[in-house]
Design a protein around this ligand. Structure first.
Ligand SMILES: [Fe+2]
Length: 488
């Protein structure tokens, strides 16, 4: 018995030693991991939106009303036809008859002394045939100038008149107010988002993709492209929206015999791709006052040697930060996103293009797709080379801020599953509907705010002062929290 007792004590002592050693080893490993783990400094908003169904507004909703009058032009929208807005597209649809494709325009509502001849296109999509889609190009416009225009002129049809202000000329210290909207759709939340944006009187909207969600309806019911066009007209007829394509623009439906990607979008919403030396309508660039905006296509090839990759490479060399100090990228699928919805879908494009964006000192990358809001600190993840294991994003003042603004309010509802813990790169996140505005003040500073749709009101929920990566490359702007206290 005595010998057995001693052996048991010895076994006990050995076990204790092993446990102690394991604790020391685990502790050391944890300390090492902590040393390599970036310090978290983000906010997950406490705001919880009341759960409501997301349904498209009914076809007889007032925002979809067909304008009265014989063959009245509907779905009127404008857009940049060149990179800076000295040419503008005017597009509209007539349904009863072809009507006239002429746009009359001028510097006063009662003096439309210029004319642009447009063209008409139509398309079919399975059992749908579009109306007559008119596109005209107004040329030789002056920057920063209000033009009045009228469509439906000349053949006894209903004439409708609008106006727009051309973007300011490219220049480093020209103020610019840019709306940021994504994944808008046509629900009551979409309507709130658009109304809230309209209260800002912005110069232009950078739209990060997913317009109508017509493809969520049986047979991709393209009548929902028409309702969306009528809904958005109240803003898009008066200021240019810069279009990014999303997955709901692809409309690839082999089961319906529809094999041409982007068919409804390309017939309806022209982009200035030719003026941008691009080879497709889905990637191009514009220069609005102090901002050079590069629009990318998440659903077109972007690997090395592809047309889009080569174009981005060349386009970044064409950017002149002395003229347009602010450099942005718009793409539908986010490169950084800490929501379980669409988690890591943006990895292929990030892996291909992030280093280019960091090297070019891009100020911000705007994306949608995820139906929530998120803003990052300046982080990059460009060290990884398969064998070195350096695959953790690190704080990097050279890197863009990434903004996910896919929260316009569409039929699919909110992306309400965040990943935990909140990644170190994530500065602020919340799953609500809303929009943002970027107010560029001068070559060094821009004020950014995200507005939540809050019980019918517009509430400022996240703000940041951007400092320019070209003129203030070492300033640590993304750690500055104005409205939210970070748990650093
Ligand atoms: Fe999307």
């Amino acid at each position: 018995m005595h010998t057995v007792a001693i052996q048991r004590r010895r076994h006990g002592a050995v076990t204790l030693l092993l446990v102690a050693a394991a604790v020391v080893l685990l502790s050391a490993a944890a300390q090492t991991a902590a040393a390599h783990r970036p310090r978290g400094c983000g906010v997950t908003s406490k705001y919880v939106r009341k759960h409501q169904a997301s349904e498209d507004m009914p076809l007889d909703a007032d925002v979809f009303a067909v304008p009265p009058g014989r063959n009245a032009p509907q779905q009127v929208h404008i857009g940049l036809a060149d990179q800076t807005g000295t040419s503008m597209f005017v597009s509209w649809v007539t349904v009863e008859a072809e009507g006239n494709s002429t746009v009359l325009y001028g510097l006063a509502a009662d003096k439309l002394d210029l004319a642009a001849e447009g063209t008409i296109t139509r398309y079919t999509y399975y059992n749908y045939t579009s109306g007559y889609i008119h596109h005209a190009t107004l040329t030789n416009l002056q920057h920063g100038t209000r033009y009045h225009y009228a469509v439906g002129v000349g053949v006894g049809d209903t004439v409708r008149a609008f106006w727009f202000t051309t973007p300011p000329a490219p220049g480093p210290d020209v103020p610019l107010r840019l709306g940021l909207i994504g994944d808008l759709g046509q629900t009551a939340d979409s309507n709130s988002t658009l109304a809230h944006y309209e209260s800002h009187q912005g110069d232009a909207v950078l739209f990060v993709g997913d317009l109508s969600y017509a493809d969520k309806h049986p047979l991709h019911d393209n009548n929902r492209w028409d309702t969306w066009g009528r809904f958005a007209e109240r803003s898009v007829a008066y200021q240019p929206w810069v279009w990014t394509t999303g997955n709901h623009e692809v409309d690839f439906a082999p089961e319906l015999g529809e094999l041409a990607p982007f068919k409804p979008f390309t017939h309806r919403y022209p982009t200035p791709w030719k003026a941008s030396q691009s080879s497709e309508p889905y990637w191009y660039s514009v220069k609005l006052g102090p901002a050079h905006i590069i629009v990318l296509s998440s659903y077109s090839a972007f690997g090395k040697y592809t047309p889009q990759y080569k174009w981005v490479e060349a386009e970044l060399k064409r950017v002149d930060r002395e003229v347009t100090p602010w450099l942005f990228i718009s793409t539908h699928v986010p490169w950084y996103n800490s929501n379980n919805f669409h988690y890591m879908e943006g990895e292929p494009m990030r892996a291909q293009l992030e280093k280019m964006a960091v090297d070019a000192r891009v100020d911000a990358v705007f994306a949608g797709h995820v139906h929530a809001y998120e803003r990052t600190h300046r982080y990059s993840n460009i060290k990884y080379n398969v064998t070195d294991g350096k695959c953790t994003p690190i704080a990097d003042r050279r890197a863009p801020v990434y903004v996910v603004i896919g929260d316009g309010g569409n039929v699919e509802g909110l992306a309400d599953e965040l990943t935990w813990p909140q990644p170190a790169y994530s500065a602020f996140r919340e799953y609500s509907f809303g929009h943002a505005v970027l107010d560029i003040k001068n070559r060094t500073h821009a004020y950014y705010a995200w507005y939540r749709n809050h019980d019918g009101n517009k509430v400022t929920a996240d703000t940041m002062w951007f400092t320019n990566r070209y003129h203030m490359p070492n300033h640590d702007d993304s750690m500055t929290m104005i409205t939210a206290k970070a748990a650093c």
